[in-house]
Design a protein around this ligand. Sequence first.
Ligand code: IVH
Length: 588
Amino acid sequence: MDSIQDRINYLKNLILHHQHQYYIMDSPEISDIEYDQLMKELHQLEMNYPHFLTSDSPTQRIGGFALSSAFKKVHYNIPMLSLDYVNNKKSYMEFHMRLHEKLKKDKDITFCCDLKVDGLAVNLLYINGSLSQASTRGDGKIGEDITSNIRTISVIPQRLIGHDIPDYLEVRGEVFMPHEGFKKLNKQAFRDGCKIFANPRNAAAGSLRHRDPFITATRPITFVAYGLGLFTEGILPRSHIECLQYLKTCGLPVSDYLCLCHNSKEVLDFYHYIEANRSLLGFDIDGIVIKVDNLDLQVKLSSTSRAPRWAVAFKFPAQEKITRVCDVEFQISRTGTLTPVAKLEPILISGVMVSSATLHNFSEINRLGLKIGNHVIVRRAGDVIPKIMSVVQSSSYLDMNTREITLPMNCPICNSRIQKLQEEVVARCTGGLICAAQIVGALKHFVSRKALNVKGIGEKLLAQLVKNEYVKNPADLFTLTLHQLINLEHIHLKSAQNILDTLNDSKYTTFARFLYALGIPKVGEATARNLSDYFGTIDRIMNASLVTLMKVDGVGRVGAHNIKNFFNEKNNIEIISILIENVGIYWK
Ligand code: IVH
């Protein structure tokens, strides 16, 4: 086995490599959770074996930030510090008590609470009200000059508004990318075959530290101010929240969620309120920041070399966790598409036990490179269905006995054949007329106005008919009895009789309507009319080759395959023949 020192050296090198990938290349190879786990392990080993701790260890850096040679260096007189953090009520209360201990004489401490936005810290230097330099946090003492890039962010004023502006003013805040912009950017990147960003923070970092400010200008990044660095004294107030309010009057964006709290209960209420509404914000946060509001008290409390003693970040429980995929099952949607669902080793994610996650479609499985048995990162955010973000790459997770995921040949519900065409993302069950998973949707379409036009039969009634097992396919609709209908909720004798009458009337239709009613994917009303005109009889369509089908206006390759597969399914043919021969549906 490796010695402790070997393991520490291994972790240090590995972490440095991943820091380079993340901060310089903007191209992380592992997820944030895996990175945090490496850091945690190194930290733990250094705590247990302090004689192996060296000043160049990644654990001793303020933010783990490496500096790129692409940017000029900027030195800070007031360092850009990190924040200590707590992640449960007990450790938050310890912070709270510690402050009260230290500030015994000052009984009433007011806190200014804010969101902990997940982006990149920047320093904006305004001289005589003009933006003269902007820089990243870097290692906290030396940052990178990114002035040209920052000038492209429209919410950051080039000149501050107002008369009473300190000659020298450093504004500190966070550059970040809201969700909407992030989604658009990645969608476009995918279309253009460019790099896909792992998360909004990464995309913001890549955009902000791009060598070409013209590229930065096209990226949907924004900024929020959360504090001050060095500034000429005299003009600004002596409370944090008032300083931020002042910045707002100067034209700088500050958070809409600032909250003054006068005791720990108010802080905890704010924490719970923000956590509950986190998914509605439209951008990523990973907790709240609690700061002593009075600047004189901040000075009194001072800072360590790493973080201020007057502030703490209260982090939310992780929305992402690592677990193992035990199996993949396929569910059939109401429109017949197959959705792969990963069955997971149950895991608690932000208070909820998660045991399955959607995989959307087969391309998603290929994109992730997922196999059964893999360890994966699962995300559960708000009420959104848990999602697999990526397969864990870190060598600490050895995936034994992995198995390829294969698309089933037959529908797990009705056993009809599964169709997956190359040009379609989704796979489909071809048993449109008999599949129990699709039947309510299929019946709703069958009776709809442009199909057989059976009035008075809505989705609720159809669901009741299916639930009571009166109807399993469209042909069964025509065998319904008065007795069965009045047995259902909210159906009176008169409306039951009306339903039977309209069903009877609907038997006389047109060939085009009948074709449309079958609900073959991609055969809409117009295509059904063209098919009806071209072939004239159902037998001719059934026997048509793919090439012939494609001659019909509106029928492409996918449509032709859908028609062929639909009529190749024995169960569908059986229902069609019952509809025509037994029920007596006819057209001229
Ligand atoms: S105050 C001296 N307030 O969190 C206090 N930081 O872990 C410095 N951050 O580098 C930070 N939102 O990038 C503060 N409302 C907020 C914040 C915030 C996000 C980031 C910032 C900082 C990191 C510290």
